[in-house]
Write a protein that binds this ligand. Structure first.
Ligand code: NDP
Length: 516
């Protein structure tokens, strides 16, 4: 099998990818697996010029031509799945299964979905108007690609989050520059090479490897910025976009609550709590980050979750089925996790499972369950982004909903109850972009649904019609047939007669009917 290094392309400014620039570490081993260029603001400006020059040709491919490339890419991902998984695992330290399910599975679905739906979501729309002055005219709304899109991605899902947003942007007819996280740039480089193999024209998709400054430079050159990352950086990106008056779509942090009601299937709830708090080592924006459990089932739920979490194997993934919980990808994240656990313990929380960093070269934190927690603790109010599950006992649903909403974030939530109608009503009361009843996180895989956050979790959304229309501007077109009057009634010269006629017409149109 080819190694990651063999698949690193020549970069646009001629720097070879190995030997200088930013070292990429495997968090599971501590070893440097590659080095990528740290692109300057000037290099980003040059890429932007090349991207702009390439865009009209790509737009001219039409949906059919573009979607053909995307469908080839779908097959490419499947044909090269092992290589893509090993690249993802090498730079994130996640498990084979976490890379397979949430990245390969996502990309396979997404390439096909956007290839099929882009022409539908972006089709010209014929509009009917109640406006009498345009009777007989053809009224249209069309979506026009914005031009050059900047995508800035985080390190937790290099394929799904960083690269995933490029797919609809490309399907819409834009060229794209992707700035992956400096921690995980290899997957994006590999995917760009794959797309080239599939026939994507040169410079339609470019990867700008670099640090935060490279991302900041990108915002200065694009027509729209799609950002996924922390709320702190998201605000900086939004400010920079506002200064340039370009649209920004922001997918930011979360602190997703899980509500377990007294009538829940406790075994199912415990399995879902365990999986969706520990999957990807908890480094998912829509991880279950806190659980509120009604008193009658609290003890049973805590016992089940603790037992299941203690059984999880943590460590370096040596292929399928080797471990359940992988590494902490981003070095400073380990300190945040330890700080949140220590803060909770110091304020009276009890650790029922895990609680410590594992010794050794790899960066691992034990899957951790905490009880006796409350909202004075960071672990209940700030994004931990680690393999932790704090569980809080609540008296009733009212308390659970109040605590779920006691958060600056509003990304996702889950409610477990056998009364699905009531569950749906409770879901509507939680201030989040997506809520699942008797499930968690699964909404993300439904590409027909918008995925976005409320409150400090973001602005805009990905997926669904809005997830591709945001990469376009809307253009209104009104066409008057050739057999039209020489002039309209309301035009010059003004006369008493036509003014009165118009007044009567307006009264007739808008002045009838009852008003209470
Ligand atoms: P960061 O905000 O630290 O970084 C995100 C990206 O922005 C990186 O590529 C980073 O580059 C870049 N960047 C840093 N500074 C700037 C700047 N001034 N201008 C432009 N770009 C900049 O987030 P993380 O990578 O730590 O990602 C984790 C966060 O992402 C979590 O909070 C998580 O909840 C959130 N997230 C949200 C998702 C959602 O869909 N809502 C999905 C996944 C994650 P570099 O890394 O090189 O510094």
């Amino acid at each position: 099998m080819a190694t990651v290094e063999q698949h690193l392309p020549q970069t646009p400014n001629g720097v070879t990818s190995a030997g200088e620039g930013i070292p990429v570490e495997n968090p599971a081993t501590g070893q440097i697996v590659a080095t990528v260029p740290d692109l300057s603001a000037d290099a980003v400006a040059e890429m932007a010029a090349r991207g702009r020059a390439a865009q009209p040709g790509w737009q001219a491919y039409g949906f059919e031509g573009r979607c053909r490339v995307l469908l080839r890419a779908q097959k490419w991902v499947m044909d090269n799945a092992e290589q893509v998984v090993s690249t993802i695992v090498s730079e994130t330290g996640k498990t084979y299964e976490d890379a397979q399910l949430a990245e390969i599975g996502y990309a396979g679905n997404a390439f096909g979905f956007w290839a099929k739906e882009a022409p539908n979501y972006l089709a010209d729309e014929r509009v009917k108007s109640s406006q009498v002055l345009v009777k007989g005219k053809k009224i249209m709304m069309r979506y026009r690609p914005l031009g050059l899109i900047g995508v800035i991605g985080p390190w937790n899902y290099p394929l799904t989050n960083s690269f995933g947003d490029c797919i609809p942007a490309l399907a819409a007819g834009n060229s794209v520059i992707l700035k992956p996280s400096e921690i995980t740039p290899l997957t994006s480089l590999l995917m760009a090479e794959g797309l080239r193999e599939c026939g994507l024209p040169e410079n339609v998709l470019q990867i700008a490897t670099g640090r935060g400054e490279t991302g900041a430079a990108l915002v200065e050159h694009v027509d729209m910025i799609m950002f996924t990352g922390s709320t702190r950086t998201g605000k900086k990106v939004a400010e920079a976009a506002a200064r340039r008056l370009i649209p920004a779509s922001l997918e930011l942090g979360g602190k997703d609550p899980m509500l377990v009601l007294a009538d829940a299937d406790v075994e199912r709830a415990a399995n879902f709590a365990t999986y969706y708090s520990m999957q990807n080592a908890g480094q998912t924006c829509i991880s279950i980050e806190r659980a509120y459990v009604e008193e009658p089932v609290y003890d049973e739920f805590v016992a089940k979750v603790s037992e299941k979490v203690r059984a999880l194997r943590v460590g370096k993934s040596d292929g399928p089925g080797s471990v359940e919980v992988g590494a902490i990808t981003f070095p400073p994240q380990m300190q945040t996790i330890k700080d949140h656990v220590a803060d909770a313990v110091q304020k009276g929380a009890r650790v029922l499972a895990g609680g410590e960093q594992l010794p050794g070269a790899g960066r691992f934190f034990e899957p951790t369950v905490l009880v006796d927690v409350d909202h004075t603790m960071k672990i209940m109010t700030e994004e931990t982004f680690g393999p932790t599950l704090p569980i809080m006992k609540v008296a009733d649903v009212e308390e659970a909903v109040r605590l779920a909403n006691d958060s600056p974030y509003g990304l996702g939530a889950s409610v477990f109850t056998r009364d699905t109608e009531r569950g749906g009503e409770i879901a509507r009361r939680i201030e989040v972009g997506a809520a699942n009843v008797n499930d968690a996180m699964i909404n993300y895989t439904v590409l027909e649904l918008p995925m976005g956050g409320a409150k400090a979790s973001g602005l805009g959304s990905r997926h669904g019609a809005g997830g591709i229309r945001k990469y376009c501007s809307q253009q209104a077109i009104v066409i008057t047939p050739k057999l039209a009057l020489k002039k309209e009634l309301f035009m010059y010269p003004y006369s008493r007669r036509t003014t009165r006629l118009l007044a009567r017409l307006f009264k007739l149109m808008y002045g009838r009917g009852k008003r209470d």
